[in-house]
Ligand binder design. Structure first.
Ligand code: NAD
Length: 340
């Protein structure tokens, strides 16, 4: 366990179990250099404890990097609750988790993530104030979409020398909470949309509302376009798919788009400009963090503008140093997280 913690430079690891409710939870606090650790709480079935631990460590590290480059006074952390085969009283389980978070005295702030809902966050909120994304807090997805939209404009500027999107073909994979809202922004800016989703109802809506061209999911990655925008699942950019791409740039909301770090080198070799996912999709985190700090919407919206500024900075460094933007982003984040 300590070797795993060292490998990801994890600050501290906290675990609890509560036989009465079936709660078995891990909280990984990766880095608090810039502020208290903030990160979602997963409630999933894991094959074993090692898998749950690995998930918590990996995701906590990602949150530190994302918060640092988003310019937030926030560190990175993540919680993983191992979902029991039978949940007798879900509310009681999350209330017990709220009591556990409270013992950390604000070093970790939780949020909604895979498998958890805003109603679960409400249960947690009965026992601690260190919780975001409750039912009264509102959906962060529109802010993520707005951040991705401004990031796409910054990507277009870096790749084509112009951030006007009129007539630019953008292929969106996934029309969920973020992807559909992004499609609306892009359509309003005059972009030509090519869309795919495993849910044909979402595709049909985009065709009718935005005049989008529908594309089968297995063909979207190889469709000719200026910008590919992955907004579905992670891991879409892998050794196989990279050879099929026919885009000039990639800028989308999905987390962990690169199957491994070496994919960023392969994209660079192919001349495809990649907007690092955790930089361009930070809008939701910015919303959640600033809202928790008590800031109002105008201040939050102003902070969202930092996404395109940060991307522009990363692209400029990447071009000057002839390095992939993803590697430049990691190095920038590490400079903030581990000052000499
Ligand atoms: P969502 O579940 O609402 O939407 C995902 C959509 O992708 C769904 O409509 C789904 O049918 C579709 N999809 C899944 N697999 C697909 C495939 N192979 N091809 C085409 N479509 C596919 O999720 P979301 O909240 O819109 O988030 C989208 C992505 O952005 C996720 O990777 C998420 O982790 C990431 N993200 C979201 C937020 C946020 O604020 N919601 C913030 C940061 C990152």
């Amino acid at each position: 366990m300590f070797s795993m913690m060292s490998a990801s430079r994890l600050e501290s690891l906290h675990m609890t179990q509560d036989p009465a409710t079936g709660l078995r939870a891990i909280i990984a606090i990766h880095n608090t250099q810039l502020g208290p650790a903030l990160g979602g709480c997963r409630f999933l079935t894991y094959p074993d404890e090692q898998a749950a631990l690995r998930d918590a460590l990996r995701l906590a590290q990602g949150m530190s990097y994302k918060a640092a480059l988003a310019g937030l006074a926030q560190g990175g952390g993540k919680a993983v609750i191992m979902r029991p085969p039978h949940v007798n009283d879900r509310a009681a389980l999350f209330e017990a988790f709220g009591r556990f978070i409270e013992t950390l005295k604000g070093r970790y702030i939780t949020a909604m993530d895979s498998g958890t809902t805003s109603a679960d966050m409400d249960c947690i909120a009965q026992y601690t104030q260190h919780v975001t994304s409750t039912t009264s807090a509102g959906d962060p997805s529109p802010h993520t979409a707005m951040g991705v939209y401004s990031g796409i404009r910054a990507t277009a500027m870096a790749r084509f020398g112009c951030d006007e999107l009129e007539g630019i073909r953008v292929a969106i994979q996934g029309l969920g909470h973020v992807g559909y809202a992004l499609a609306a922004h892009l359509h309003a800016a005059g972009a030509e949309l090519i869309v795919s989703d495993i849910d044909q109802g979402r595709v049909q809506l985009a065709v009718e509302e935005f005049g989008a061209k529908a594309m089968p999911t297995d063909e979207l990655l190889s469709t000719p376009c200026e910008i590919l925008s992955p907004c579905g699942l992670g891991g879409v950019l892998n050794t196989e798919s990279v050879t099929r791409l026919r885009c000039s740039a990639i800028a989308g909301a999905a987390n962990n788009q690169l199957a491994n770090p070496e994919i960023s080198d392969a994209l660079q070799a192919r001349g495809i400009l990649y907007a690092p996912d955790y930089v361009i999709n930070a809008g939701g985190l910015i919303y959640v963090a600033l809202q928790h700090q008590g800031q109002e919407l105008p201040a939050i919206t102003a902070h969202l503008a930092r996404i395109s500024q940060r991307l522009t900075e990363i692209f400029a460094h990447a071009q000057a140093d002839k390095r992939p933007p993803a590697r430049v982003a990691d190095a920038l984040a590490e400079r903030l997280l581990y000052p000499k």
